[in-house]
Write a protein that binds this ligand. Sequence first.
Ligand code: GUN
Length: 299
Amino acid sequence: MKAKILDGKNTSALIRNEIKKIIDKEYKPRNFQPGLVAILVGNNPASKIYVSSKVKACGEVGIYSKVIELEEATSQNDLIDIIKQLNINPKFHGILVQQPLPKHINTEVVNETIEPSKDVDGFHPVNMGKLLLGEPCLKPCTPLGIIELLKHYQIDLSGKNVVVIGRSNIVGKPLAAMLVQKNKFTNATVTICHSATKDISFFTKNADVVIAAIGKPEFLKAEMIKDDAVVIDVGINRVEDLNSKKGYRIVGDVKFDEVCEKASYITPVPGGIGPMTIAMLLKNTLIASSKIYGLELNV
Ligand code: GUN
C-alpha cells in the first residue's frame, strides 16, 4: 500500500487524553463536571450504536452523560418540550439530538430549539451563521474532526484544491465554510460536488484533497483521483456480507483497496473520521461547560 494512514483512532485517543487531563486538573478540584445529554428518537440501529459510543467516550474522560431514548412516534411538540427543559437544566452543558430524526419531525425546528450555548453539534442557525462569518462558535463535530486530523498530520490546506463530495447540513456545507476561512490551517480553494454535479471526476481528478461525505458505499474510485491526493472518507455504510457473523460489514464512501494505492494519505473506515467526530463532541462539551462555569481553558 502506498498511502500513509491518517489514524483517527490514535489521534482521537490523544485528544481524549488531553480532555481528561483538563477535567482532572481544572474541574474536579472545583467540584465541576461537564455534562452531555443525548436524545435518541426511534430505533435506527446505527444511531443507537453512535449514541452509545458517544456516551461511553464521555464516561472515559469524566464527562457526565445521559441518553434520553424516545419512541419513534414521539411528537415534535413533546420533543421540543424536553429540549426546553434541558436548556435550563444546569447539569447539562451540551445537548445533542441524534440525526436522522423520524420523518414527522422537522429537524430545523428541533435544531433551533436547542440553546445555542449548549449546541455541541453546532447545528443551530446562530452557530452556523457565526461559522460562516468566521466568528468564534460551537462547530459541527465531523468537519472539526476532519480538520483536526489533517492538522495533526501537518497537512497544510492553504491554497490547496479541496473537493468535498456531499452537501449535507451536518458535514458538507459547514466543512466547506470552515475550509475556506482564512486561518492558518484552512485557507483552501473549495469545491462542493453533489447529486446534480454533472461530472464529479472532472473536479476530483484536479483535487489535492478529496473528502467523500455522500453515504454511497465505495463511491470514490482510484480513477477519480490524481496521484498523491489526500483522501478523507466520512462514509459509514452497511453493506450485506453473508460471510460476516452480523450479515453485514461497514465500508466507507471510498473504494479503499484501490484508492490506497494511488493516494498519499487516506483515512480508514472504521478508525478514521468516526472517532475524531466523537473526540470533537467531547471537546465541544468541554468548551460549552467552560463558558458556563466561567473557566478559561486553553483548548
Ligand atoms: N448523525 C450523523 N452525524 C451526526 C452528528 O454529528 N450529530 C448528530 N446529532 N447526529 C448525527
